[in-house]
Write a protein of this length. Structure first.
Length: 118
């Protein structure tokens, strides 16, 4: 079992920035592909960004050029740097970990609220 704990959410004005962090309770963090999802009220959860073990990344089209996902294997932590935030980025952001080989080993964090409003 891997526990994921997100932090860094909050209230920010449009155009502002936030940095989310997700700390994982595993000594083999480097074996997990990591991702950030988000879910806005009355909407389905959507994939925002992924970072694989080799640090290759992918992004939702609407966040490309504004969000950056990164990982620190020594700290077992994945980050999401969010710039030029928009009201439509408002959502609960969830961290996800999936073992690169045993893909049934998939874990979720509890979520952190991001609200973009003036």
């Amino acid at each position: 079992q891997v526990h994921l704990v997100e932090s860094g959410g909050g209230l920010v004005q449009p155009g502002g920035s936030l940095r989310l962090a997700c700390a994982a309770s595993t000594s083999i963090f480097q074996l997990y592909d990591m991702a950030w999802y988000r879910q806005a009220p009355e909407k389905q959860r959507e994939l925002v960004a992924t970072i694989a073990r080799d640090e290759s990344t992918n992004y939702l089209d609407s966040v490309k050029g504004r969000f950056t996902i990164s990982r620190d294997n020594a700290k077992s932590t994945v980050y999401l740097q969010m710039e030029t935030l928009k009201p439509e980025d408002t959502a609960v952001y969830y961290c996800n970990a999936q073992h690169f080989l045993a893909t049934y080993l998939r874990y979720w964090g509890q979520g952190t609220q991001v609200t973009v409003s003036s």
